[in-house]
Ligand binder design. Structure first.
Ligand SMILES: C[S@@+](CC[C@H](N)C(=O)[O-])C[C@H]1O[C@@H](n2cnc3c(N)ncnc32)[C@H](O)[C@@H]1O
Length: 347
């Protein structure tokens, strides 16, 4: 194992090959490419200051929980089924002069009959097998973080696997990742509804090969899941060609989004500032994204104008319009297609 430094902690782990691969299932996994995801987690915990205990449920080296303890003052317990990981977490805690409970075993078993104020699920691939136990184990008003790296499944490349795994049909095109996020939220919300709980998304985003959702779970009514067409129209019932069932509500709470001061001072900070700025702008918009190249083609334009120009022009005509973190060619707008075309023609 190699010694690493990330944020304010030092720890030993094995590095995953390319920085984005699945790593060794039995080893002590560490992916440096996910440092910005952990920076954001630290910032969110600084912002929300969750009370009680957070379980770093699939902890590997423990870097995430170690950082939340050191940089956000959180009370953390750790869990990993790999004996090598559990041993590494204990050693990494000691290396940083920290003390915490480490559960060695299967997360779903460890969660049985237990309740945590916050829980983080950061699996290899799909989080689907962990979601039922996770929603049961989060206290009322508590927080659940769920990461998914089965992006191909959630985001349109493997529709059959998506139906099997998440009970929903994905979408292809620029809205694919946003729809993948909405399918993941729908799956969490459906599972929570079975426990009489409602879900409020706080911060949901995609970056590189992963999707991540943080939600608050409260006692409440089940949500109405809906379906989305390729024309970005929401439907209340299923029909051929529609994506869903999916979460059709807001993808976050502006009050939960960390500000610049809450972000750790790391190399990824400016990238995260940009991500949060765009997310803040697009949160009030409607579900679904339009492809700016398709808008330009429909407008008979050989070259697509810059995204910012189209967005500002749509706003000047009175429509909601924003860029999106979910696709570099995506525009979020409530302008109908004819208005989009007229707007691009006017540029
Ligand atoms: C992607 S790694 C976690 C990365 C870590 N959260 C981080 O930020 O570096 C997934 C971890 O989950 C563990 N794991 C997989 N299935 C598990 C299960 N059923 N119960 C507990 N741990 C599990 C693996 O041993 C591995 O260490």
């Amino acid at each position: 194992m190699k010694l690493h430094r990330e944020g304010a902690v030092e720890f030993k782990a094995e590095t995953s090959g390319s920085g984005s691969g699945p790593g060794k299932a039995g080893g002590v996994f560490y992916n440096p490419a996910m440092a910005s995801a952990r920076d954001l987690h630290v910032a969110l915990w600084r912002r929300l200051a969750p009370t009680g205990t957070t379980l770093d449920g699939l902890a590997a080296s423990g870097v995430r929980g170690l950082r939340l303890m050191t940089e956000a003052g959180a009370a953390i317990e750790f869990c990993d089924r790999s004996p090598a990981a559990a041993e590494a977490i204990r050693a990494n805690l000691a290396r940083n002069s920290l003390d915490a409970k480490v559960h060695e075993g299967d997360l779903c078993k460890i969660l049985e009959g237990r309740e945590f104020d916050a829980l983080d699920i950061d699996p290899f691939g799909t989080p689907a097998p962990f979601i039922p136990a996770a929603v049961r184990a989060v206290a009322d008003g508590g927080l659940l973080g769920v990461a998914a790296t089965d992006t191909a499944v959630l985001c349109g490349a493997q529709p059959k696997a998506c139906e099997r795994r998440y009970g929903a049909r994905p979408l292809s095109g620029v809205a694919a990742k946003e729809v993948g996020m909405r399918i993941l939220l729908g799956a969490i919300a459906r599972e929570a509804a079975g426990e009489g709980r409602a879900v409020t998304p706080l911060l949901c985003y995609t970056e590189g090969h992963h999707l991540r959702a943080w939600v608050r779970l409260t006692l409440g009514k089940p949500p109405t899941l809906r379906w989305l067409s390729h024309e970005m129209q929401l439907h209340d019932t299923n029909a051929s060609g529609l994506a869903g069932p999916l979460w059709a509500g807001a993808l976050g709470d502006p009050a939960a989004l960390p500000n610049e001061q809450e972000l750790p001072d790391t190399a990824q900070r400016q990238g995260l500032v940009r991500l949060l700025t765009t997310l803040r702008e697009e949160l009030p918009g409607p579900p679904g994204l339009w492809d700016m190249n398709e808008m330009a083609r429909a407008a008979g334009r050989g070259e697509t104008p810059r995204r910012e120009r189209i967005v500002v022009a749509l706003q000047k005509r009175g429509w909601f319009a924003s860029s999106s973190i979910f696709h570099p060619l995506g525009i979020r707008t409530d302008a109908p297609l004819g208005e989009q075309v007229a707007t691009v023609q006017s540029l």
